[in-house]
Design a protein around this ligand. Structure first.
Ligand code: HEM
Length: 121
């Protein structure tokens, strides 16, 4: 912190380092009921909010430090999902899909393994 301040009963002294917990915010049950459930429909009609879904930082891209690569990342993810669901067929062999959240960045021990990859007909 560049200067001391109090926020919601918490005291932040000058010089204290603070890490924004992206994972906990994105899984906070008050913001996201049943956060572990894959429910893409929860975003139907969602108007966006700079402080609740923050995989690439919170706040405003233009006045803060929110990731400027966010729009590019979203476009790449849309293309990847389209490829994985429409453009190809493949198998997902048995593998350890548990993520080690103590790792940064986290990833599957073996990566995500697919085989039998074919172009969709
Ligand atoms: C999955 C992909 C990505 C994730 C999860 C991610 C996440 C983040 C996070 C959490 C921050 C810090 C935000 C903050 O300090 O409040 C950040 C900053 C930044 N990201 Fe990304 N990012 C991704 C992709 C990218 C890409 C593709 C680019 C560039 C093409 C990029 C460029 C940057 C830059 C330059 C900053 C520093 C911004 C600043 O401090 O003003 N990121 N990113």
């Amino acid at each position: 912190m560049r200067r001391s301040f109090e926020w919601q009963g918490h005291w932040f002294p000058q010089g204290r380092r603070v890490l924004l917990d992206l994972y906990a915010t994105n899984h906070h049950p008050q913001l996201w009921p049943e956060p572990e459930q894959f429910r893409p429909e929860r975003f139907i009609g969602w108007r966006g909010d700079s402080f609740s879904l923050i995989p690439q930082g919170g706040g405003d891209h233009f006045t803060g430090h929110r990731c400027p690569g966010e729009w590019l990342t979203i476009e790449l993810m849309k293309q990847a999902v389209s490829n994985l669901t429409c453009a190809m067929s493949y198998r997902v062999p048995p593998q350890d899909l548990a993520l080690d959240l103590a790792r940064m960045p986290t990833q599957l021990p073996s990566g995500f393994v697919i085989d039998g990859v074919r172009r969709a007909e």
